[in-house]
Structures are given as structure tokens and as C-alpha cells.
Design a protein around this ligand. Sequence first.
Ligand code: ADP
Ligand code: MG
Length: 464
Amino acid sequence: MRSTEEKGKETSSPKEIWKECLSIIKDNIPFIAYNTWFLPIRPLSLVGTKLKIQVPNSFFIEWIEEHYNTLISKTIKQVIGNDAELVYVIYDDGELFPPITETIEEEKPKRKTESLPEKEFDSYLNPRYNFDNFIKGESNQLARAAAIAIAKNPGETSFNPLFVYGGVGLGKTHLIQAIGNGVLEKFPEKRVVYLSSDIFTVEFVEAIQNNTVNDFSNFYKSMDVLIIDDIQFLIGKEKTQDLFFHIFNTLHQLGKQIVLSSDKPPKDLLGLNERLISRFQWGLTADIQPPDFETRIAILKNKSESYGIEISNEILEYIAHNITSNIRELEGCLIKLLANSSLNSKEINLELAKKTVREISTSRETNISIEYITKIVCESFGVEENKVREKNRRKEVVMARQVAMYLSKKLTRSSLKTIGLHFGGRDHSTVIHAFNSIDNLMNEDEHLKETVDTIRNKIELGVA
Ligand code: ADP
Ligand code: MG
């Protein structure tokens, strides 16, 4: 722990001080909660031990005080000193607060080699990844059960190596880190290390440059549990693969535990040395599939509870129906919902949930096509598809055409020009005109707004 005496006071700027606080806070709460509640805060001034910070609205203050009071007061005491005091100021209405739709990238960890108490290295495990908050479902049953067994008896099950594979955002990193945390909880003396294979590669290259390849290799050979994430990044890196092969053999012979993750099963890792692929299959290969509806609900319930909020089943079900393929997005949606609600001081209701899901859906690369939009719009208006591409001026055709253009603009990333081309080669100003008139009409005409929203939901559901 750092000493508090030499900290802060007149020498540090509020910005620096706050930055230091943030780095502590960030390690202690879920990443998205950090993004939602702490990133929008602006440090204003530091007078003595009084740090003034600016928040978007009073809801922020309530929320932060209610949920993060202990963490914050501990943190500022640690950074500023025991008399530290935090003062909130609400952002002036007159000015625009920067939107917090952009989340920052999770930093790639850099291994710290300086001494730590007891063990001379950092395991690089994030304590928030554990088994308790890893929701069980059919989609992850085998992988989870094997992981739990390993955490109890590392190196002593037949699951060595454990090879977990699956798509993005499905929980691989969470699960394999939970193994590491689980082992250390039960066997604090064990040497456990987690890293991703690209970091392994970077370190290896550095070791070559520094002439320390032996140290590097011995370090990993000395582990009781070696956890390597995203092993697919070793593809095409022959020398790193060779070294990893030797480390793998040594550890395996010593009965040490190896845990690996990848985006594909071993046999599909084209470009990876055959002898590694065959070793990866010695133990257990377990996949993680996208979660089913019930698991998605359970995850949403669990996460919302952990943020300390209650969200109605109707809303949770709406989210679970609409975000189906990725747990990271599910989590992102929830936190964005909280953010939308707090930033605009609105209660969390279904309408806000729909808006949030839409934001998430459109920020993702969608595979909604203009053709598909046209088809659904025309079905809903009872208009033949080819009519909207012709120069037909019948009222319902014009309406269908304009709605289809409007939704194409909203739901795809196509340019105005491309959209125009899909509707009989109309030019971009026609598309803008269509967009604006539907946008205006929707504000005036509840019925039309409802119709368009329904069509939009249909399109998004059909593609999901
Ligand atoms: P991957 O490594 O497969 O891309 P992550 O492990 O990073 O996915 O998971 C993405 C997010 O989803 C993380 O915040 C993680 O905590 C969460 N998550 C994934 N699976 C589960 C689960 N079964 N229960 C609870 N949270 C989960
Ligand atoms: Mg991962």
C-alpha cells in the first residue's frame, strides 16, 4: 500500500488525483459499471483535502452514494489522506455533457515483475471473475462443471489440459479466470498465472531481445496452474509455438494444470502446429454455446441485482428476446439502460428498454438488408414490393416507400445514395426528404409512430 503522507495536497492537480482514484475504483467494480458511473465524472478542483467533482445530475449522486459509498470513501482516503472529502457538483444545465455511449477499451495487462508480498509475480487474475457469478446454463454446462472440478483439484483430474472454446463474449475468459481465482482461494500457495497468448508472444519476443529466454521459459515451467486465453493468436507464430510446446510438455509431465481457451475447437486451428493440436486434445475439450433464453434471463437478473436495481420481468424478457448471441452485449445493454435512465432522469420502463436495445443493435454490425426491410414494410402496408421501386404515386405506395427508406437509413449503414438506388434509382435528396417527413410525421401522429415501431421490431426480431 502506498503511504498517504506524501500524497496530493497542493502539488497534485485534481485531474491527477481523480485519475489515481479511478484506477483503484476500476479494479473493484465491473467494467461497465465503471464506464457508466465513473467515467462521466469530471474532477473540478482540489482545495486542501477537498476534492470537488462534477456529475451529470442528481440521480448520479444518489446512485453513487447508495452503491459505491464505501468504495469511494476508502479510495479517496487512500489517495488524498484520512481527511479527504468529496464534494459533488451537478453539471450546469446550459452545457452539454459529453455522452457516454463510447466505452473505453479494456487495457491489455502488462506483467508487473517487481516484488509483490509473498509471491514474486502477479497472477493477473481479475477477482471479479468467479464461479459464484458465472451463471450456469445448458450452453456452458460441461465447461463449467470441468472448470469447477479443476479448481478443486488442479492437475489431478483427467481434464488436463482443459480446452474451452466458443464465440465472442460467451464467457471463456470469465470461466478460465474463475479457475485461477478458485485455485488460489483453496490453495493460496499455488503458483497460478493467467495471460493471453498474444501477451505470451510479446513477452517471448522481449525475452529474445533481452537474452532472457531461459528465464522466461522457466518462469512458466514453474507454475502449478497455467491459464492461457485466446490461444488462436499463436497461429502463424512458429517460434512461440515451439517454446509453448516445451512448456506444455514439462508442465503436463509434472502433473501441473493447463487451461486454454480459443475461439475454435483444436482441430479447426489451421496454422497451428499439429503436435500442439494433438496435445490440446489430450484432456477435455468443452465448448460454450450462446445462452438460451432462460440463461439470458438468469444472467440479466443476476447482473441487475449486482447493480442493486430491480427491473421488471417484462423488461428483462424484452432484452433477453432481443439480445441473443452475446453475453457481453446483454451486460452492455443493462448498463446502458441504467445510463440512459440516469442521464435523462427517466425511470426504467419498457420504452426506454426498447430504445436501448435499438441503440445496441444499431451500434453492432447488423446483417439487416435493405431488401429485407422493404419486404417487411411492403407486407405491413399491403403494397407490392415492385411498386415502391417504380414511379408509383399512390398514397399507400408513397407511404410504404418512405417508411422503407426511413428504416433503411435507421437500421443499416448504407449511404443515402445506396438507399436511393434500392428504390428505383432515386437520388439522395429524395431519401433525405423521405427520412425527414417520416420523422416529422411520427412526432405528430401516434398511430403512424406505432406502425413504424411495430415494423421495426418485426425486422429486428426477424434478423436476430
Ligand atoms: P469471452 O472471453 O468468451 O469473449 P467473457 O468471458 O469476456 O467472454 O464474457 C463477456 C462478459 O459476459 C463478461 O463480463 C462476463 O463476466 C460475462 N459472462 C459471460 N458468461 C457469463 C455467465 N455464464 N454468467 C455471468 N456472466 C457471464
Ligand atoms: Mg475472452
